[in-house]
Design a binder for this molecule. Structure first.
Ligand code: ZN
Length: 201
């Protein structure tokens, strides 16, 4: 599956001058909500992701997504894997299960995001699940921004990656974009202003 083309076709791979959640700037941005707005295409993407997970022999009971960004991808991945779908939500520090969702002791859970940048939200979701006795067996995302190492990918994990090295990350592709601190951003030097397109891309 050509994931970059799927993003381009959905106008989800933006070019411009963007402010990322980390405070850094970039000239490209992945707007995963756009690639997921067509449910049929979304299910093709998560079917491919589910195949990678199944081929690796990962046993899973449930997919858990960090809200809001991961919910659509997590729900579709759960459908592709034919397992339960839950999500965690932000609290003051970290994340928590609400809405009557429960996790059984030893339940095997995949944490699913739309995009893994440094994996900070995914890590918080994993910590919430493990605090309840669940077992995080893998992380999954449609796209990997190249800070963390995915199964089958070429990039090695950078120091910014927050995910634990002993749990596999499955992603459809690596999107390794240049990123600049505001001080060092060439687009700011030319007088531009970075815009925030509404997710963490
Ligand atoms: Zn800039």
């Amino acid at each position: 599956m050509n994931v970059e083309q799927a993003y381009k076709d959905a106008n989800a791979l933006l070019e411009g001058h963007f402010l990322l959640a980390s405070g850094n700037h970039s000239n490209r941005y992945l707007q995963s909500a756009k690639v997921l707005e067509n449910p049929k295409k979304a299910s093709l993407l998560t079917d491919a992701l589910a195949s990678m997970i199944n081929n690796a022999g990962i046993e899973v009971d449930t997919v858990c997504a960090p809200a809001l960004g991961g919910v659509l991808a997590g729900y579709e991945l759960a459908r592709s894997l034919n397992v339960r779908s839950i999500f965690v939500e932000k609290k003051e520090s970290g994340m928590e299960l609400r809405r009557g969702f429960e996790v059984a002791k030893g339940e095997k859970i995949i944490i699913c995001e739309d995009i893994i940048t440094t994996g900070g939200s995914a890590l918080k979701a994993a910590q919430a699940i493990e605090a309840l006795g669940g077992k995080v067996v893998a992380f999954a995302s449609l796209a990997n921004r190249g800070f963390c190492q995915r199964v089958g990918g070429n990039d090695t994990a950078k120091s910014e990656c927050a995910l634990p090295g002993n749990v596999p990350l499955f992603a459809l592709d690596d999107f390794t974009f240049e990123m600049f601190t505001p001080d060092a951003c060439p687009m700011c030097k030319e007088g531009g202003t970075a815009i925030k397109p509404g997710s963490k891309g």
